[in-house]
Design a protein around this ligand. Structure first.
Ligand code: XMP
Length: 519
């Protein structure tokens, strides 16, 4: 299958570039900037895109391509497109000059196309593009010609046709570049001439075959099922491949959404007919261990470790009756596995987000059927495989669940309040028809009491915050500008129907600088 490699120079958009290429029907994967020629040969890309990045090419320690990169692509006739930092790097490494510009160019800019051939086919003379750069190309080596300029950037795109090298100063992958997709299409289809061979139907068939041959005719698989999209899609793929030889374990950790444990059991046991579905009610154990814990990272740690303990215990019990359990399936997806330099720099500092991987001493072979897929692809596959829409479209829910949506120590009565309030919010948002357009909508329990008045009585109760955000990938998010009447209805219902809440506030913070969750 033809492949496009995106070489990561540290841009926050690296995954977005790869996703856009896949949306065009061509398989793409991400490689680090210091990838060796040997690895490039192994991956065998038909075309390469160099991402943007926050560094300056002339700085010490800035990401540079391995020395022989340009000889390699020349010999193999692999077209290369540099975006922003990638555009600078091509010029810099081939002997041209990049200089800092006295003003950073940021946001929408008009691009004037001087030469429309190949990269800019089907574009108008002037197009709106998205810029974000401080450096610019000052001089180019022989063989490069200018394709476009902006008012402040005389070399905003170039080509070196004999070497098959192209560069754009702006970001074609972001939606603000109005013809960005056309430009990427021109590169991968017209210049690289990649064939559109990335089709999810083919992926499903071949993956089911691969799972079958890997697991063999008698061996069994254990799967931690959370009811979220990824593990649910793994479950159904495994069911199609090996039937009842998949053992799904669903742990109720006490911090799930209201009735979630009932709904997941109903879907998998009854609707989808999973024979070996194991429900473990560990609510009391989790809540006991979380008692009086206020620190969010400590909550995460306790929930993660307790989960592993409960899961391991059940696995050992199952192994006694089924010694042929040899595999552990996980719902890891591509962005979980391939951290770009942009995500790896920030994610560790901010929060210990990652869902836990299970311990090595379980001696089970790991299978991760979704490891090369993006979330939107996982969703499409889930739909094709007949998973209920409710699961596919469900908003993301953090592993530590409601424990990080109750500020400070948690207990059963706060959990009941939060579950009831959250249920009302989701019900109203679904009724208003806006649920699918939102990234997440949830309630947060603020352990602060304020005064209210209900009938003739003065009340002194807690505050519920409503957090509703729009986002593409959770890296950035904007609060949703919901209709006032809808918000009023939600607030009124929560205050009237949930005992313990007498005030509801709406969160108007964006990410950054805030985060989506509160803890
Ligand atoms: P933040 O709060 O960092 O969240 O803006 C970004 C996305 O990650 C989810 N999230 C988590 N997911 N375990 C998870 O599995 C966690 O500990 C965790 N914390 C945040 C959050 O819901 C949002 O979608």
């Amino acid at each position: 299958m033809d492949k496009i490699c995106v070489i990561d120079m540290g841009s926050q958009y690296t995954h977005l570039i790869a996703r856009r290429i896949r949306e065009l029907g061509i398989y793409s994967e991400i490689l680090p900037y210091d990838v060796s020629i040997g690895e490039l040969k192994r991956v065998d890309p038909k075309g390469i895109i160099l991402s943007g990045g926050p560094s300056s090419v002339y700085e010490e320690d800035s990401p540079q391509l391995t020395k022989n990169f340009f000889n390699f692509v020349k010999e193999e006739k692999i077209p290369v497109l540099g975006i922003c930092y990638g555009l600078h790097l091509i010029i810099h490494q081939l002997g041209g000059k990049i200089k800092p510009f006295n003003r950073k160019e940021y946001g929408k800019t008009e691009l004037e196309i001087l030469n429309p051939k190949k990269l800019f086919e089907f574009l108008d003379k002037r197009e709106i593009v998205w810029m974000s750069h401080g450096d610019q190309v000052e001089s180019m080596p022989d063989g490069f010609e200018v394709l476009a300029r902006t008012i402040t950037c005389p070399i905003a795109a170039y080509a070196n046709e004999s070497l098959n090298l192209f560069g754009v100063q702006f970001h074609p992958e972001v939606i603000h570049t109005q013809k960005g997709i056309t430009i990427l299409k021109n590169f991968v289809l017209n210049i690289v001439k990649a064939k559109k061979e990335w089709k999810l139907e083919n992926w499903i068939e071949s993956t089911i075959e691969e799972i079958r041959s890997e697991i063999g005719p008698t061996e069994r698989v254990i799967l931690g099922l959370s009811g979220g999209v990824d593990s649910s899609v793994v479950a159904i793929l495994l069911q199609k491949a090996i039937g009842k030889r998949v053992h799904s374990i669903f742990v109720n950790n006490g911090v799930l959404r209201k009735n979630e444990e009932i709904e997941v059991q109903e879907t998998f046991k009854h609707e989808l007919k999973f024979e070996n579905f194991h429900y473990i009610d560990a609510e009391d154990l989790f809540l006991e261990r979380l008692k009086d814990i206020e620190d969010p990272e400590e909550k995460r740690r306790i929930i993660g470790h307790t989960f592993i303990e409960v899961f391991e215990k059940k696995t050992i019990e199952l192994e006694e009756t089924h010694p042929d359990i040899k595999f552990l399936a996980q719902g890891t997806i591509y962005p979980d596995r391939v951290e770009t330099s942009a995500t790896s720099k920030t994610s560790v500092k901010i929060k210990s987000h990652h869902n836990l991987t299970l311990p090595d001493n379980m001696k089970l072979k790991i299978i991760e059927p979704l490891k090369d897929l993006y979330k939107d692809e996982v969703r499409k596959i889930g739909l094709k495989l007949g998973l209920p829409k409710g699961i596919i479209k469900r908003h993301p829910f953090p592993g530590p669940g409601l424990a990080v949506r109750i500020i400070g120590a948690i207990d059963k009565s706060k959990l009941t309040i939060l579950k009831d309030a959250d249920e009302i919010l989701i019900e109203e948002i679904k009724k208003a028809g806006v649920y699918d357009a939102l990234w997440q909508a949830f309630c947060v329990f603020l352990p602060l009491k304020t005064v209210g008045i209900m009938g003739d009585f003065r009340t002194y109760e807690y505050i519920c915050a409503i957090r509703v955000v729009e986002s593409l990938d959770a890296m950035t998010a904007n609060f949703a500008k919901l209709d006032w009447e809808l918000l009023e209805k939600i607030g009124t219902r929560i205050i009237n129907e949930v005992k313990g809440i007498n005030r509801v506030v709406y969160d108007i913070s964006n990410k950054p600088p805030s985060t989506i969750e509160y803890e």
